[in-house]
Design a protein around this ligand. Structure first.
Ligand SMILES: [Zn+2]
Length: 413
């Protein structure tokens, strides 16, 4: 894995991450996001409908949490999740947990962590975790970590313990990694913990950076786990400690305003779960991200995004990162279940080139939502994914052209 940074502007890193996976090589532009899946499938979409979208991320995220119940089947299958799920033209990044699912706290020990499948809790030791990785056969995966520092009032002692356990899990994972034939050619990311305590964050970053890892996952910064100002301050401190040539992926942050702030703090990669959460609450992303073209670079910007229709929903604090319920709607989306869209014959977003916007109107998607038709989820997921990927494209253009401030004003408008 090689990260080539072409430009750094006020903390934002623009570059290309070249990954030689288990069998093929792909490149991922940074700042960028991974393609979100559940059970190795983009929710609502078949591979055919997914590939109507252009410029999909070269890396798909799968989670042990959604695959743990299928361990025996995957072991019997022997060829890994990519073949099992019929995914093509993509690399796999395997995370421990689903970023869009809630996680009850209080189920970790010195030697184990827990994930939640449809049948309940599954306890993972490092041995089981690594056996799962050998069955999944990802190109990149994050080491096992104790990330339970997000509940409010987590004590300093508990945070210190999380850092120690995570380093110890990483050492054990690295030892087993080198012995596993199935993981030859795979890379491992170390997980940086430390809650909201600066010294622990720095210790975790420095110690993890001493290990032979290909990149870093910054954990415990999930939306609602801490105030944005503190998050930015801690991430900036952590990224200063990390080697410049290795990528940093931030877990659990997906809102466009938070993405921009975290890119300024030195983050390269994000999980792409936000469009799914928006889809699940019957909403469509409609925020603007096109800045007035610079005469020197005109023609390279994404299509113009017009007003939704002046409707500004109330911004509510997300209760939990995994919550996709309607009351957690953000100012970046419109609620198509609202009766105001019953006779609105415009596309979701004017100028959007996704299948939904080219072929359907807001009124039709409203009708599908209120009659509980499955097609509503398909159309919304297509549009929301296209809109979100368009935003990341605009973000990279803004960094390349020194226009991040303009993008920020536009997105927050
Ligand atoms: Zn669209």
């Amino acid at each position: 894995m090689k990260l080539e940074i072409s430009k750094v502007v006020r903390g934002c890193r623009l570059g290309l991450l070249n990954i030689t996976g288990q069998s093929e090589q792909h490149s991922l532009e940074v700042p960028g996001c991974l393609l979100y899946t559940r059970c190795a499938t983009v929710p609502h979409l078949t591979q055919d409908t997914l590939h109507t979208l252009h410029n999909l991320p070269a890396v798909t995220q799968v989670t042990l949490e959604s695959l743990a119940e299928h361990q025996e089947v995957l072991e019997e299958f022997k060829h890994g999740v990519r073949k099992f799920a019929g995914l093509h033209d993509t690399l796999l990044f395997c995370s421990l947990r689903d970023p869009a699912a809630p996680h009850p706290a209080g189920h970790v020990t010195n030697k184990t962590v827990s994930v939640w499948g449809s049948g309940g809790r599954i306890e993972m030791s490092v041995a089981r975790f690594m056996a799962m990785q050998a069955a999944v056969q990802p190109d990149v995966y994050e080491s096992m970590a104790d990330g339970e520092t997000w509940p409010e009032n987590t004590t300093r002692k508990r945070v210190r313990k999380a850092v120690e356990r995570t380093l110890s899990h990483l050492d054990e994972c690295l030892e087993l990694h080198h012995k596993a034939q199935e993981l030859k050619g795979s890379d491992i990311f170390g997980v940086v913990e430390g809650g909201d305590i600066l010294e622990e964050r720095l210790r975790s970053a420095r110690e993890t950076a001493k290990r032979p890892v290909a990149g870093f996952v910054l954990d415990g910064f999930q939306t609602t786990s801490m105030e944005q100002d503190l998050r930015e301050k801690l991430i900036s401190a952590v990224t200063t400690e990390l080697p410049q040539e290795k990528p940093r992926l931030l877990r659990g942050v997906g809102r466009p305003d938070e993405i921009i702030a975290c890119v300024e703090a030195g983050v390269d990669l994000f999980e792409g779960f936000f469009p799914f959460q928006v889809t699940e609450r019957g909403c469509a992303l409609c925020f603007k991200y096109t800045i007035t073209p610079d005469p020197e670079t005109s023609g390279t910007s994404p299509p113009t995004v017009l007003e939704s229709n002046g409707y500004e929903p109330a911004v509510e604090q997300l209760k939990e990162n995994g919550d996709s319920s309607p009351e957690n709607m953000t100012q970046f989306e419109m609620n198509l279940k609202d009766t105001r869209y019953r006779n609105d014959f415009r596309p979701l977003v004017d100028g959007c080139s996704c299948y939904c916007c080219k072929n359907h109107k807001r009124a039709y998607v409203h009708h599908l939502l209120v009659t509980n038709e499955l097609l509503a989820g398909v159309l919304l997921m297509l549009h929301n994914t296209a809109h979100y990927l368009g935003f990341f494209h605009a973000l990279r253009e803004a960094v390349a052209n020194d226009r991040l401030q303009d993008l920020k004003s536009k997105v927050l408008q």
